[in-house]
Design a protein around this ligand. Structure first.
Ligand SMILES: CC(C)(COP(=O)(O)OP(=O)(O)OC[C@H]1O[C@@H](n2cnc3c(N)ncnc32)[C@H](O)[C@@H]1OP(=O)(O)O)[C@@H](O)C(=O)NCCC(=O)NCCS
Length: 169
C-alpha cells in the first residue's frame, strides 16, 4: 500500500478543472456535495480563474473567496480540497468546503495527512483562528476524520452536521 509517501499539494490551475470536476461529480452522486448549478468542471474552472466572487444568500450578496488545492502523489492527481471564506463565518475562520480523494487511493491515510499538514500551515499565520466543515449524512469517513483531528460538532440538522476546530478564540 503506497500510504502517504510522495504526497504534495499545490494551488489548482484552470487545467486541473476537468479532474477536479469529475471527482466533484462523484462526491455529488454519493451525497457528499450539493449541485453547483452547472457542470462541476465549468463552475470549478471559473472559481479557479476568479477566486473572489459574489453569491446571493437570502437578501444579501456575500463576497466569497475560494481557493482550490490539488493533491498529488508522485506528481499524479489523487484528490483536491477547496477552502472558502465568506461573510457568514467568524473572522479568521476558513471553511474546508470540499475535500475528496479518488476511490483507489482511499483508506491509506492521505486525507488525514493532508488535513494535518493544512492545519499546521494555517496555525502559523496569526490571522487564522480556525477551520469550519459541513458534512452531509453520507459523509461518515469525513466525520470520522474531523473528530480524530479534534473538530467539535457545533450544529446539526436532519441532513448535516457542522464542525469547527478553533486554535485561537
Ligand atoms: C473523506 C475522504 C476524503 C477520506 O479520505 P481518505 O484518504 O480515504 O481518508 P484516510 O485514509 O486519511 O482516513 C482517515 C480516517 O478515516 C477512516 N475512514 C476512511 N474511510 C472510511 C469509511 N468509508 N468509513 C469510516 N471511516 C473511514 C480511516 O480508517 C481513518 O481513520 P483512523 O485514523 O481511525 O485510521 C474520502 O473518503 C472521500 O473522498 N470521500 C468522498 C467525498 C467526501 O465525503 N468528502 C467530504 C465531504 S464533507
Amino acid at each position: 500500500m503506497p500510504g502517504v509517501e510522495g504526497i504534495t499539494m499545490r494551488k489548482a490551475a484552470p487545467a486541473d478543472a476537468p479532474f477536479i470536476g469529475r471527482l466533484y461529480e462523484d462526491g455529488l452522486a454519493g451525497g457528499h456535495y450539493r449541485s453547483l448549478g452547472m457542470p462541476a468542471a465549468q463552475a470549478i474552472e471559473a472559481m479557479i480563474r476568479q477566486p473572489r466572487f459574489s453569491v446571493a444568500s437570502g437578501a444579501d450578496i456575500l463576497g466569497v473567496f475560494a481557493q482550490f488545492v490539488l493533491i498529488e502523489q508522485d506528481g499524479r492527481p489523487v484528490g483536491f480540497l477547496a477552502q472558502r471564506v465568506d461573510g457568514t463565518l467568524d473572522p479568521g475562520v476558513v471553511e474546508l468546503w470540499f475535500f475528496s480523494i479518488v476511490e483507489e487511493a482511499r483508506k491509506q491515510g492521505i486525507a488525514r495527512h493532508v488535513l494535518h499538514t493544512m492545519c499546521e500551515d494555517m496555525r502559523r499565520d496569526p490571522r487564522n483562528r480556525g477551520l469550519f466543515a459541513r458534512c452531509f449524512t453520507p459523509s461518515t469517513a469525513m466525520v470520522h476524520l474531523l473528530k480524530k483531528a479534534g473538530f467539535r460538532k457545533v450544529r446539526s440538522t436532519r441532513d448535516r452536521t457542522d464542525w469547527q476546530l478553533r486554535w485561537r478564540p
